[in-house]
Design a protein around this ligand. Structure first.
Ligand code: GDP
Ligand code: MG
Length: 163
């Protein structure tokens, strides 16, 4: 039985950086279906022998900020429906935004596990700042740097514990 994890969040938080890093380092097969669905990328991740499907969302281009938010919320709904767990990525460099709150509102209604992943936690100062995201009220919170890879091991251990 396959297990699917979807990465959601507003643009520029680092979703694709995390996605690409994970698939590259684990030599996973990337199934490129970008011709079919421009707004999602699919890959197969392997963490210590635990294999799962990983979906990166939000590769779309959009016009007004209204369309933007609608599109992001659509991706979040699909993720909640189709995935077994959701990575909700946020960005410590910008802090909590209205769009983050909007995504959080949808995810709070989900019965599936939600992992709040605070990205760009590149140093100790940012680690202190990252605690701001506890106020979103989710149970599982992780601080990572997708560029250095720090914190990603703990996150993947937690996610794959359910597989
Ligand atoms: P997405 O829109 O959520 O997919 O975000 P991207 O993966 O395209 O990343 C947006 C920007 O954030 C890029 O310039 C990345 O290099 C940068 N970025 C991603 N992860 C990190 C990180 O851990 N630390 C820092 N400092 N920058 C990051
Ligand atoms: Mg992206």
């Amino acid at each position: 039985k396959s297990y699917t994890v979807a990465i959601v969040g507003r643009p520029n938080v680092g979703k694709s950086t995390f996605f690409n890093r994970l698939l590259e380092n684990r030599k996973a097969i990337v199934d490129d279906v970008s011709g079919v669905t421009r707004d999602r990328q699919y890959g197969i991740a392997d963490w210590n022998g635990k294999v799962f499907n990983l979906i990166d969302t939000g590769g779309f281009v959009s016009g007004s900020s209204d369309v933007f938010e609608t599109e992001i919320r659509k991706q979040v709904r699909i993720a909640i429906d189709e995935a077994n767990a959701v990575i909700f990525m946020v960005d410590v460099a910008t802090g909590i935004t209205d769009l983050d709150e909007s995504v959080a509102d949808l995810l709070r209604r989900s019965t599936k596990p939600v992992y709040v992943v605070v990205n760009k936690v590149d140093n100790g100062t940012r680690e202190l700042e990252a605690t701001e995201f506890y106020s979103l009220g989710f149970e599982h919170n992780f601080f990572i740097s997708s560029i250095s890879g720090s914190g990603t091991g703990e996150l993947l251990d937690a996610i794959t514990a359910d597989i």
